[in-house]
Design a protein around this ligand. Structure first.
Ligand code: FMN
Length: 415
């Protein structure tokens, strides 16, 4: 972030205090930070604290004669390399989506020609509310970047779910990715075209739940964020999207037709029913095993040891990758490994008949499961591409743009 100019818009949410840490970390990395606070934001953190940490005056009022004379809203919006909105409140997202310009923060966003990264934070019900999801979908279609929200405990007691502000390192990683050349290129292309128009993209996402008895199940830590982000990106790029999802705490991505299910076998059935497709992305963390028997009644303690017998589940990626009928032109698998990530992924690509494998390190230290950012390696027949750490949404966009390019070339070669 060296010498990058960040314009930070702080919204009026309970997570506003985390901006103080964000400012400090951005400055530690050599960025300069200029802050604009909404009126509500100063109910949560004082402009004095923000000014002390940015080492700059803080801007709050659109109609301040002195401010407008010295550095007006147009200059504020242009003298930045990136605009970060954190926390982006439900109210502020609505304003952005509606194109409002009734205070300094919203007017700056209307006037800026720079990339905008929004980090939403709100109560899970507010986040999952149709109005918020509609606004987010509109903003994404307009090319606004998002990081988070994360899923977890809320500031309010006994509240948990999606709505936590992304962690400061995740916001920084997303900003870095946007500022890097590749992401900037993809944003421009995204805004200007729908390269997947006329294509059908099938995506699997989330974990599977394998029942032990009517009340218990075997699960894994997949949140579904990456798969859902891929489905959303494919829809934004013009594809008809079928998302086959295990149980997740995420809203259905706008524009995708979603099949909800629980087990690996149900997922395979839904995938086969959804074919033909041009691209199939198998991002779900499908359980390798299920229990050999599922009793109809809840199992009881007996005071004895109890062993669960497990049998292997069908391998969805290999089944589709190796199928002769209705095999999609591009089959993309995911490899979640905790060591020798690229080595395993290369073997997996060949063994499963996949065209590409997106390999990522999911060891606990990386925070990939449930987190907002991802560092992946794309393994293809041509070799391995190491992608920088980026927000899952940006990784999804990049993957789908690459898929669009693959299809374009295959079609051109066939003509
Ligand atoms: C104690 C308290 C906490 C709040 N926390 C949030 C929040 O985390 N996210 C949110 O979207 N709104 C939150 N709100 C509501 C916003 O402050 C309110 O919608 C405000 O108008 C937002 O203004 P702004 O979007 O211009 O910053 C909270 C309100 C109160 C009183």
């Amino acid at each position: 972030m060296k010498q990058q100019r960040v314009l930070l818009i702080i919204g009026g949410g309970i997570a506003a205090y985390k901006c103080l840490d964000l400012i400090r970390r951005l400055r530690d990395e050599g960025a300069s930070v200029r802050a604009v606070m909404t009126r509500a934001a100063s109910e949560f953190v004082t402009p004095l604290s923000v000014a002390a940490l940015t080492n700059e005056r803080v801007f709050t009022n659109l109609f301040d004669l002195n401010d407008e004379h010295e550095i007006g809203h147009i200059r504020l919006s242009r003298e930045a390399d990136i605009v970060i909105v954190a926390p982006a409140t439900a109210d502020f997202l609505a304003k952005m989506a509606g194109g409002h310009a009734d205070d300094l923060a919203s007017t700056i966003l209307m006037a800026t020609d720079k990339p905008v990264l929004a980090a939403p934070a709100m109560n899970p019900r507010m986040w999952l509310h149709r109005a918020t999801q509609r606004n987010v979908a509109l903003l994404k279609a307009d090319g606004i970047h998002f990081v988070g929200p994360n899923t977890g405990e809320m500031a309010e007691r006994d509240e948990a779910g999606p709505g936590r502000l992304a962690e400061v390192p995740e916001i920084m990683a997303a900003a870095r990715a946007i500022l890097s050349e590749g992401a900037a290129g993809s944003v421009t292309r995204l805004r200007s075209s729908r390269p997947l128009a006329g294509r059908h993209v099938l995506v699997t996402s989330g974990p599977t739940h394998e029942p032990i008895d009517p009340v218990r199940y075997i699960a894994n830590r997949s949140s579904g964020r990456q798969g859902h982000a891929i489905a959303a990106a494919a829809a934004r790029l013009g594809a008809r999207v079928t998302l086959v999802s295990g149980p997740v705490a995420l809203a259905d991505p706008p524009g995708a037709s979603v099949v909800h299910l629980e087990t690996a076998q149900e997922m395979l059935d839904a995938v086969e029913r959804s074919l033909p497709a041009d691209v199939a992305v198998f991002a779900a963390a499908v359980a390798d095993w299920r229990t050999a028997r599922q009793p109809g009644d809840k199992m009881k303690k007996t005071g004895e040891k109890h062993a669960l017998e497990l049998v292997e589940n069908p391998d969805i990626l290999a089944t589709i990758g190796k199928s002769r009928e209705a095999r999609p032109a591009l089959v993309i698998g995911f490899a979640a490994e905790t060591r020798d990530v690229v080595g395993y992924a290369s073997k997996k690509r060949k063994a499963k008949g996949a065209d590409w494998i997106v390999a990522n390190d999911v060891s606990a230290k990386t925070g990939v499961f449930g987190g907002a950012a991802n560092t992946v390696h794309l393994v293809t027949a041509e070799g391995v591409d190491d992608w920088p750490t980026m927000a899952k949404e940006d990784m999804a966009e990049r993957l789908m743009l690459r898929a669009a390019e693959f299809l374009r070339r295959s079609t051109a070669a066939a003509e």
